[in-house]
Design a binder for this molecule. Structure first.
Ligand code: FES
Length: 301
C-alpha cells in the first residue's frame, strides 16, 4: 500500500462516509467506470459526493482501496461498501446545549411549528445528524406529543418514546439518517400537514400509501425518505408507517430548561443509528458542550 504513516481519525471517518455514499442511490457509484478508470474516477467522485481530498487523504484512500483491489477488482466494491471502520466513539452520552451559528442558545419557543425547512444538528457523533421539530396540527397549533410504545417491525421488540418537550410538549428530535439504507436529508425530510398530498414533483414526492398509513395512525404529517419510500410517524416516536425500513428512527432525547427555554441533547433511545451496532460507537465523538443547529434546505418547490 502507498499509505504508510499513521492515518488521521478524520480519514477513517471519511472512509466510512465513502462507504455510505457508494451505497446511496442518490450518489450512485458507477462500478463499471471505477473498474475502467480506477483513481481517475474515484477521486473526483469522492470530491463531489463525500468531501475534500487532500494529499494525505488521497494516499490513505488509495492505500486502503487499491490495497483491497489487489485481491480481485470486483471484490473491491463489495469490500468498501461493507467497511465497518472502527472508531472510538464516545463512552457515554454528553449533555450538549443546542445553539445557533453564532453560538447563541436556541430557544424552544422560537422553533417554527410545522417548519418544512430541514432543521438539523449533530449528536452524539460527528456527522450523525438529527432532525429538530416543533410539531403541530393541520391548523398550525402545537400538539402535545404523548409517551407511547414504539414497535420495531424487524424483530417485534418495543421501547418507549417519552414524548415531546417545551411549553406545549411539541418539540421532538430524531436521527435524520434513514434506517433502511442510510439516506440523509434532503432525501429524507419532514412533510408537514400542508404538504400531505400526492402529485408534488421530486424531491417532494409522497406516495398515496404514505398518506393512507399516516391517516390510519392519526399522524398529521410524516417523515418520508425519497430514496426507497420509507415513511415514519414523527408524532408517535418515528414509528414505521411504510417500508422498506423495518426499524423506526432513533429518538434523540432532549432536555428542556423551563427557566431559560433552552434545549439540550442528552441521549438517544430506541434502535441504534443506522450503520452502528451502538449509537455511541463507530464514529468520531463530538467534543465541547454545545452542538450547532442549522437550517438545511426547504425540499418543497
Ligand atoms: S434509504 Fe431506502 S428508504 Fe430511506
Amino acid at each position: 500500500m502507498e499509505y504508510s504513516s499513521s492515518p488521521r481519525i478524520e480519514d477513517f471517518y471519511f472512509l466510512r462516509k465513502t462507504s455510505g455514499a457508494m451505497k446511496n442511490p442518490r450518489t450512485k457509484f458507477n462500478d463499471v467506470q471505477f473498474l475502467e478508470d480506477g483513481e481517475g474516477y474515484l477521486l473526483p467522485y469522492l470530491s463531489s459526493h463525500v468531501g475534500p481530498v487532500d494529499e494525505t487523504r488521497r494516499k490513505f484512500i488509495k492505500g486502503v482501496i487499491f490495497g483491497i483491489g489487489a485481491v480481485a477488482a470486483a471484490s473491491v466494491l463489495d469490500a468498501v461498501r461493507g467497511l465497518q471502520v472502527p472508531l472510538a466513539g464516545g463512552s457515554s452520552y454528553v449533555k450538549m446545549l443546542l445553539v445557533d451559528s453564532s453560538g447563541a442558545p436556541i430557544k424552544a419557543s422560537s422553533i417554527t411549528v410545522n417548519n418544512p425547512v430541514i432543521v438539523l444538528y449533530e449528536y452524539p457523533l460527528v456527522d450523525e445528524i438529527n432532525f429538530l421539530f416543533n410539531l403541530g396540527d393541520t391548523s398550525g397549533n402545537p400538539i402535545a406529543l404523548a409517551s407511547t410504545s414504539v414497535t420495531v417491525p424487524a424483530d417485534g421488540s418495543k421501547y418507549t418514546f417519552p414524548g415531546g418537550v417545551g411549553t406545549h410538549k411539541s418539540i421532538v428530535s430524531y436521527s435524520a439518517i434513514c434506517q433502511h439504507l442510510g439516506c440523509k436529508p434532503p432525501n429524507i425530510h419532514f412533510y408537514p400537514p400542508s404538504y400531505m398530498k400526492t402529485g408534488m414533483p421530486p424531491p417532494a414526492f409522497l406516495p398515496s400509501s404514505a398518506i393512507t398509513a399516516a391517516q390510519s395512525a392519526n399522524a398529521p404529517g410524516v417523515i418520508h425518505c425519497d430514496c426507497h419510500g420509507s415513511t415514519y410517524d414523527p408524532y408517535h416516536g418515528a414509528s414505521v408507517l411504510t417500508g422498506p425500513t423495518q426499524r423506526p428512527l432513533p429518538f434523540t432525547i432532549l432536555t428542556w430548561d423551563s427557566t431559560t427555554d433552552q434545549l439540550y441533547a442528552t441521549g438517544s433511545t430506541g434502535v441504534p443509528v443506522y450503520g452502528h451496532t451502538n449509537t455511541l460507537t463507530g464514529g468520531q465523538a463530538l467534543t465541547g458542550s454545545s452542538t450547532e443547529v442549522s437550517n438545511s434546505t426547504n425540499p418543497f418547490p
